[in-house]
Design a protein around this ligand. Structure first.
Ligand code: NI
Length: 252
């Protein structure tokens, strides 16, 4: 059984077949999914999908690329949505200096506001950290009671060790199957089995051999197979561990 802890089924690329795809996931072995929001609109859509499908949970939040959505009114709306019984986390939130390194202060402010919301509501967070490793680590370190996952972890082995020491989980996605995955594989080697999560980030980041096509949760098996190679175990063992880890972190 697979738990895809990060898939954007509210994305418009699923408009044609969203319902049939989601309804069929349990039959293909994917029995739990978290759909993280990126702004108010997609957070609402994620909550709606979670209400419709028993195996789908939502996360709500404003992604750093959606900085324009950062208003007091929207933070209040995210807080309201977070009270839904199918809201498993605040996310995806974080810092993205690849996309924009000219509004770092605003990105940090938005990140911290949502971290504080997560602490208030006692929910884990789903962190998006792209080329902002130092600042991301520095910010989460200010909140020792905070827990969550670094989604599609792309930091160094040293950063991974520090996060693991602090009780964080690491998310692994399609890029572990890519040829240039040296750093991610190094991190995988040191990540204990009880701290890894399997994520697709659908519709993005399709793993080999599906690269270039729209991604969906059925492709988790390719990520699990790659991890199993590194960990010298069976893909089923990876899937089972990640499934339990996801349930533990997100309280499902
Ligand atoms: Ni994502």
């Amino acid at each position: 059984m697979y738990f895809d802890t990060h898939a954007h089924y509210d994305d418009r690329t699923f408009d044609e077949d969203r319902d049939s795809l989601l309804a069929a996931l349990p039959e293909s072995g994917v029995t739990l999914v978290i759909d993280p929001g990126c702004d108010v609109k997609s957070s609402r859509a994620a909550i709606e999908l979670a209400a419709r499908y028993e195996h789908v949970y939502a996360a709500v939040g404003i992604h750093p690329e959606e900085l324009g959505d950062f208003t007091e009114e929207n933070i209040c709306e995210i807080a309201r949505l977070a009270g839904d019984r199918k809201c498993a986390a605040i996310g995806e939130i974080g810092l993205d200096y690849y996309w924009d390194d000219t509004h770092k202060a605003e990105q940090k402010e938005l990140f911290k506001r949502q971290i504080e919301l997560a602490i208030e509501l006692d929910k884990p967070i789903i962190v998006h950290d792209r080329e902002a490793h130092g600042d991301s680590l520095e910010i989460i370190s200010q909140y020792p009671e905070l827990r969550g996952v670094f989604h599609c972890f792309s930091g160094s082995a040293e950063m991974a060790k520090e996060l693991l020491r602090r009780g964080w989980y690491l998310g692994f996605d399609g890029p572990v199957t890519y040829k240039n995955a040296r750093k991610a594989l190094e991190v995988l080697e040191l990540c204990p089995m009880d701290r890894l999560l399997l994520e697709t980030d659908s519709p993005y980041l399709s793993p080999v051999p599906m690269r270039g096509k729209r991604n969906d949760s059925r492709n988790l098996k390719y990520i699990a197979e790659k991890i199993a190679e590194v960990k010298d175990c069976a893909a089923g063992d990876v899937a089972r561990a990640a499934y339990e880890n996801g349930r533990r972190l997100f309280g499902i």
